[in-house]
Design a protein around this ligand. Structure first.
Ligand SMILES: N[C@@H](CCC(=O)N[C@@H](CS)C(=O)NCC(=O)O)C(=O)O
Length: 201
C-alpha cells in the first residue's frame, strides 16, 4: 500500500505511526498538498493528505477513515477495543485530539498572514478550542497510563500527533502548563520507535 502525505502533517503522522506499530509494509509518497504541482487532488478530490492507496488501487481518506481501514486488516496490536461502544469512545477521543490539531493548523495558517490581515477573533476562537480540547484530554489521561487505560489506542496516537505538532510549530508554547498527565503521556509516546521515526523534520 502507498501512503501519500508530507513529513510535516500530523494527520499523516497518525497513520504512519499506526502502520509502524503494526509492522505493516507501506511505501511513503511525499507529496506536499500545498505545492502547485501536487498530484494529491488526483487521488483525493479534497486535495488533502493523508490518502492511502491499497494494493488493489482503492483510495481511502481522511485519517479517521484510513485508521478504520487499517484496523480492518486485523493486524495486531489492535488500536480499538473489541466492544463497539468502547471503540466509539476511543474514536471520540481521537476526534477530540484531531480537533486540537485542526485548531493548531488553523492558527498556523492564520498567523502566516500579514499582521494587518489576520483575524483576531478567529485566532482567539481557535486558541479557545485548542485549550478546551487539551483540558479535556488531560482530564481523560489523569491517573492512567494511556487515555483508555493500560493499552495504547488510536486516541493516544492522535493525541501524540497533536502535541507533536504543537511542539513542532511552537503554536501553543505553554500547552504543558498545568497538564502533567498529558506531559507524561507525550513523554511515554515520544520514546516509542514509531514516534521517533516520524518526527517532523
Ligand atoms: N481531517 C483531515 C485533515 C487533513 C488535512 O487537513 N491535511 C492537511 C495537511 S496537515 C492538508 O492536506 N491540507 C491541504 C489543504 O487543506 O488544501 C484528516 O484527518 O485527514
Amino acid at each position: 500500500m502507498k501512503l501519500i502525505g508530507s513529513y510535516t502533517s500530523p494527520y499523516v503522522r497518525k497513520i504512519s505511526v499506526m502502520l509502524l506499530e503494526k509492522g505493516i509494509d507501506f511505501e511513503f509518497v511525499n507529496d506536499p498538498p500545498w505545492e502547485a504541482d501536487s498530484r494529491v487532488p488526483q487521488v483525493n478530490p479534497l486535495g488533502k493528505v493523508p490518502a492511502l492507496v491499497t494494493d488493489d488501487g482503492e483510495v481511502f481518506f481522511d485519517s479517521p477513515i484510513i485508521a478504520q481501514y487499517i484496523e480492518l486488516l486485523n493486524v495486531s496490536p489492535n488500536f480499538l477495543p473489541v466492544d463497539p461502544l468502547d471503540a466509539l469512545r476511543v474514536r471520540q477521543l481521537e476526534a477530540l485530539a484531531d480537533g486540537v490539531t485542526d485548531a493548531a493548523v488553523a492558527l498556523v495558517l492564520e498567523t502566516k498572514r500579514e499582521p494587518g490581515k489576520q483575524d483576531e477573533q478567529w485566532i482567539i476562537r481557535q486558541r479557545e478550542k485548542l485549550n478546551r480540547g487539551l483540558d479535556a484530554l488531560e482530564k481523560h489521561t489523569l491517573k492512567k497510563q494511556f487515555l483508555n487505560g493500560s493499552e495504547l489506542t488510536l486516541a493516544d496516537i492522535a493525541t501524540g500527533c497533536a502535541i507533536g505538532y504543537l511542539n513542532f510549530r511552537k503554536v501553543a508554547q505553554g500547552w504543558c502548563v498545568e497538564r502533567p498527565a498529558l506531559i507524561a503521556l507525550a513523554e511515554r509516546l515520544f520514546q516509542r520507535q514509531s514516534f521517533a521515526r516520524t518526527m517532523p523534520p
